[in-house]
Design a protein around this ligand. Structure first.
Ligand SMILES: [Zn+2]
Length: 371
């Protein structure tokens, strides 16, 4: 059995990898959702730099509400520094969003708008794109008479959006929104709440700036993994939601009518969506939602099945049988839905992740293969 929560001694200097010179220390935090302090280690390794760059990454699961999150964490000043400059460079390899990235953002913005305009009872109003980067996902809202605003801490992205696309984006963090209360009819968060360094502050700011009965649209990464667990659990995501933990969180901040949407709106099976209403109810205490043992089991069985795929692919690899045709056959056999399945880049990435997973687990003796 492979247990990714095993304690190992890896020397990896995370701050050096993400090119931060100042020294920051990490502290253990209480659960972001229920505030309790009893955890079990869920996974001890993950991606800590660019894709395929793995090292020590501590993920815990709360024994009271079953929320999974990275713990310990740095102090807030670390994240502020990281997101202002380094984040995109580490995550995507360049400072300003590339032309290709811009093209995809526009396309995805259109898909999101066209889908959600039918789900909401609003023709127009004030909307905030929360963590919008260059804000290209706002363009269709703007074209359809919405008053659009964006925030993002990453300076080069914000400047590009404001200069080239004439958008109204403020350099700001979700933890401190530069807007008056009850300003927005709708807040769009396409993944931003998995990156917030302080989840509680971010949600309080959302409920403050959103009108009563205003809508929050969330995109999040499904807890149903497709590829490598070392990629899913990475240093740029501080929490790993399930539908249950989203419900707990949103209810505890006074949201109601929480609707989950299991549709690949943007063409990615790995993303899910939520619409919730800001009912402005009083913040309530969380009841125990104790399913952490089943979460751990689910994850272990996923790891075992992923490992099997790795071994199967490795056999092809060793026999020198890794043609494009064989790769496509492999994906079909295992019902793996990658976006642009024919696109070489996504496909090759999937297979290099398989091989890197094996290499890393062998190196640190997570697997013991007596041959
Ligand atoms: Zn908890």
């Amino acid at each position: 059995m492979i247990n990714l929560a095993k304690d190992i001694n890896i020397k990896s200097d995370y701050l050096k990898i993400i090119k931060i010179e100042k020294k920051f220390s990490q502290n253990l935090k209480k659960c972001e959702i229920c505030g309790k302090k009893k955890f079990e280690k869920f996974q001890s390794i993950g991606r800590i730099g660019k894709p395929l760059e793995y090292g020590k990454l501590n993920i815990v699961i709360c024994k009271f509400c079953s929320h999974k999150f990275t713990n310990p964490r740095f102090q807030d000043s670390f994240y502020k520094k990281y997101y202002k400059k380094n984040y995109r460079k580490i995550a995507f390899g360049d400072l300003e969003p590339s032309k290709e990235y811009q093209k995809f953002q526009k396309l995805r913005g259109d898909l999101v708008f066209n889908f959600f305009k039918k789900k909401i009872n609003l023709e127009s109003g004030h909307m905030l794109d929360h963590g919008c980067a260059s804000g290209l996902t706002m363009l269709p809202w703007k074209r359809n008479n919405w008053k659009t605003y964006g925030i993002d801490p990453h300076e080069p992205s914000v400047e590009l959006g404001n200069k080239k696309f004439l958008l109204n984006i403020k350099k700001a963090f979700g933890e401190n929104l530069p807007f008056s209360k009850n300003k927005f009819d709708l807040i769009l968060s396409l993944g931003s709440l998995e990156h917030s360094y302080d989840l509680s502050k971010s949600l309080k700011e959302i409920t403050r700036t959103l009108k009563k009965d205003g809508l929050l649209i969330i995109r999040w990464r499904s807890s149903k993994l497709i590829g490598s667990p070392l990629e899913y659990y990475n240093h740029n995501h501080y929490r790993f939601f399930t539908k249950k933990t989203w419900n707990l969180l949103l209810k505890s901040y006074g949201f109601s009518s929480i609707k989950h949407i299991d549709k690949d709106v943007e063409g990615y099976k790995s993303y899910l969506y939520i619409i919730a209403k800001n009912a402005k109810k009083k913040i309530v205490k969380i009841k125990s939602n104790n399913h952490f043992n089943s979460e751990i089991k689910k994850s272990q069985s996923y790891v075992a099945s992923y490992y099997k795929k790795c071994i199967e692919f490795e056999k092809l690899y060793l026999k020198n049988k890794i043609s494009k045709k064989n790769k496509i056959k492999f994906l079909k056999k295992h019902k793996i839905n990658l976006l642009n399945i024919g696109k070489l880049k996504a496909m090759n990435r999937f297979f290099s992740e398989l091989i890197s997973f094996l290499k890393f687990l062998r190196k640190y003796e997570y697997i013991n293969e007596s041959r």
